[in-house]
Design a protein around this ligand. Structure first.
Ligand SMILES: Cc1ncc(C[n+]2csc(CCOP(=O)(O)OP(=O)(O)O)c2C)c(N)n1
Length: 655
């Protein structure tokens, strides 16, 4: 059965003239034992909520999972798809993509991310089991990780977090082949991975990854372990290839026809390319349907569950918001703000928003990378998710931004959870690889990123984001929100929750801001991405555009211009991406036709030209910031109402 995986991997890579045969050939025995003896799944329903999750963290070995899905009888994974490996429009892309291929749990390729995702999946499983009971949620998360996965820094964060939380249903099969692209691992690494995991509170053992009985014994032990498990499976990369096995030459390129011929002889595999003997196919197929009884038993338990619990479970798994609850929560926050306007930092406004929203949306799970008090992400009464209480909804991720972001992707992918968490905006750099994969894979993950400009003040330039808004706005399928006051904050939160196929970032201030939106407005004005927050008196000569804390500055500038007899309007731009999605006419209407356009944002200009044009004036940052009280910094860098007014006047030729 394992040789069938090897043959398909060799043949598909050869046909595509690119790909990685080494890992699938080396890990074939381990994967065969896992999928035929342990993994709980049903090939006829890849989305069954209580299936075990399998994460191929070493995504370059994608042919392993495609061959498995094909042989197990996943309907969409036909032999034609295997033959179209890496071709346009196939469901067999170079690296696995969960949104393309039923049976693929997560998008992997950037090493280490899959392991981080798996920790999030294991968190989601424990939490949902605590909430809905083991009769509805009780499954394992298995990972196949390579040397590269374990060398990446994010793996340390993921391993430490999993050990601390005692995620005992997480099992990592380490493809311990001692080879990476440059050659033997000894060129670059001498870490004892077992000791590393043990130090983090895991169980670890080493086995011969080509001995099926050893794999069985290790997996049995892992299943009853009270800690996460690492099974270091010693394997030979490219197993079976006569001259390339055990070397980096089998890692990432086709073996070539001679080598494949030799491998077929060594493995005793007489079939032509892409052919599987009927008896082997039959054995794989029966493994593929073995889970149907467990699936049926689970469906019966779900049917027998009290109606309300069942409905709630199904709603959460569908990823459907309790819309009325959300609307009522947003309304109540807005009503309170209308009755008693608040001058608060948007991070504090976000806490108020979260108090209402997390009460209305029980699937929201919060957290922070050790900045809970600064990010304001833990609403009153939200209990902590810990090894002692998995029903808690707040995760202390520790100082592990990357691991946190990767885990949140896994929680969202698992289903039934809407993860959000916090750090400083400047540390979005530490999360970026995971944010990118979340955006690519279309996951609803919400980042509260506070201390969003020089407005954070005294902590200085290391902590002051400058290029981050532009860099994040450059990423496809990511919504970057920068609300200007408490009302915009609750509106942006609502939008982030409603975008079920995209991650969102809320960039929030440390410093207090006045409430600009007064009175009661039912409409979510931020939904347009930008809107006129201060209209022109008659005919605007100047349009001022701003986001977040700088909207107040723009409003001040508009006032100064009026004192000079110049009619100016102010447009708040809480979300570039939503503005871009408007139709041309609507967008043009929002941007307006004033002769002069000026934008103000305490960040770099990049990206603003699409609103103000190359002739527009920009007041913002061109250098790193500095350490000082924030009011001094705004003056030092010239981000003031006076300077904005001056920039407009200069464009009008009225200095
Ligand atoms: C973050 C990241 N860096 C670099 C790569 C490119 N890359 C792909 S596989 C690999 C290492 C291969 O070694 P190993 O992980 O041991 O896999 P094996 O050779 O055993 O298949 C590298 C550097 C990547 N996919 N992700």
């Amino acid at each position: 059965m394992a040789n069938a995986l090897r043959a398909l991997a060799m043949d598909a890579v050869e046909q595509a003239k690119s790909g990685h045969p080494g890992l699938p050939m080396g890990a074939a025995d381990v994967a065969t034992v896992l999928f035929t003896r342990f993994l709980k799944f049903d090939a006829t329903d890849p989305a069954w909520p209580d299936r075990d999750r399998f994460v191929l963290s070493a995504g370059h070995g994608s042919m392993l999972i495609y061959a498995l899905l094909h042989l197990l009888g996943y309907e969409k994974m036909t032999i034609e798809e295997i033959k179209r490996f890496r071709q346009l429009g196939s469901i067999t892309p170079g690296h696995p993509e969960n949104f393309l291929t039923p049976g693929v749990e997560t998008t992997t390729g950037p090493l280490g991310q899959g392991l981080g995702n798996a920790v999030g999946m294991a968190i989601a499983e424990r939490h949902l089991a605590a909430v809905f009971g083991p009769e509805l949620v009780d499954h394992h998360t298995y990972v196949l990780a390579s040397d590269g996965d374990l060398m990446e820094g994010v793996s340390q964060e993921a391993i430490a977090l999993a050990g601390h939380l005692r995620l005992n249903k997480l099992v990592v099969l380490f493809d311990d082949n001692g080879i990476s692209i440059d050659g033997p691992l000894s060129l670059a690494d001498s870490v004892d991975q077992m000791k590393r995991c043990e130090a983090a509170g895991w169980a670890a053992r080493r086995i011969d990854g080509h001995d099926p009985e050893a794999v069985v014994a290790a997996l049995e032990e892992a299943q009853s372990c009270d800690r996460p498990s690492l099974i270091a499976c010693q394997t030979v990369i490219g197993f079976g290839a006569p001259s390339k096995a055990g070397t980096e030459k089998s890692h990432g390129s086709p073996l070539g026809s001679e080598e494949i011929k030799g491998a077929r002889e060594r493995l005793g595999w007489a079939e032509p390319a892409f052919a599987i003997p009927a008896d082997v196919r039959e054995m794989w197929r029966s493994a593929g349907s073995a889970g149907s009884a467990a699936h049926q038993a689970w469906s019966d338990r779900l049917k027998a569950a009290p109606a309300a619990r069942r409905a709630e479970f199904e709603r959460r798994i569908r990823g459907e918001l309790p819309k009325d609850n959300v609307a009522a929560a947003v309304r109540s926050v807005k009503e309170k703000l209308a009755a008693a306007p608040k001058e608060v930092a948007t991070r504090a406004a976000s806490e108020t928003a979260l108090e209402a929203l997390t009460a209305a949306v029980p699937e929201m799970m919060g957290g922070s990378a050790d900045l809970t008090g600064s990010n304001n992400t833990r609403p009153k009464g939200m209990t902590v998710f810990s090894a002692h209480d998995y029903s808690g909804r707040f995760i202390h991720y520790g100082v592990r931004e990357h691991g946190m972001a990767a885990a949140m992707n896994g929680m969202a992918l698992h289903g039934g959870i809407i993860p959000y968490s916090g750090t400083f905006l400047v540390f979005s750099d530490y999360c970026r690889p995971a944010i990118r994969l979340g955006a690519l894979a279309g996951e609803r993950v919400i980042y509260v990123m506070t201390h969003d400009s020089i407005g954070l003040g005294e902590d200085g330039p290391t902590h002051q984001p400058i290029e981050h808004l532009a860099a994040l706005r450059a990423m496809p399928n990511l919504y970057v929100f920068r609300p200007c006051d408490a009302v915009e904050t609750i509106e942006c939160w609502q939008l982030a929750l409603e975008h079920s196929q995209s991650p969102s970032i809320l960039a929030l201030t440390r410093q207090n801001l006045p409430q600009l939106r007064l009175g009661i407005e039912k409409m979510n004005r931020c939904a347009a991405g930008a809107y006129e927050i201060v209209p022109a008196e008659k005919d605007a000569e100047v349009s001022l555009f701003a986001t977040g804390s700088e909207v107040t500055i723009a409003v001040g500038a508009a006032k100064l211009l009026r004192e000079r007899g110049i009619d100016a309007r102010v447009v708040s731009v809480p979300c570039f991406e939503l503005l871009q999605q408007r139709g041309d006419a609507e967008r043009a209407g929002i941007i307006g036709t004033a002769r002069v356009k000026v934008a103000v944002e305490a960040a770099v200009r990049q990206g603003w030209d699409e609103i103000i044009g190359p002739d527009g004036a920009f007041v913002g940052m061109t250098t790193f910031g500095a350490s000082a009280p924030y009011k001094d910094l705004y003056k030092r860098f010239g981000i003031t109402p006076e300077n904005v007014a001056k920039a407009a006047l200069s464009k009008l030729g009225k200095t």
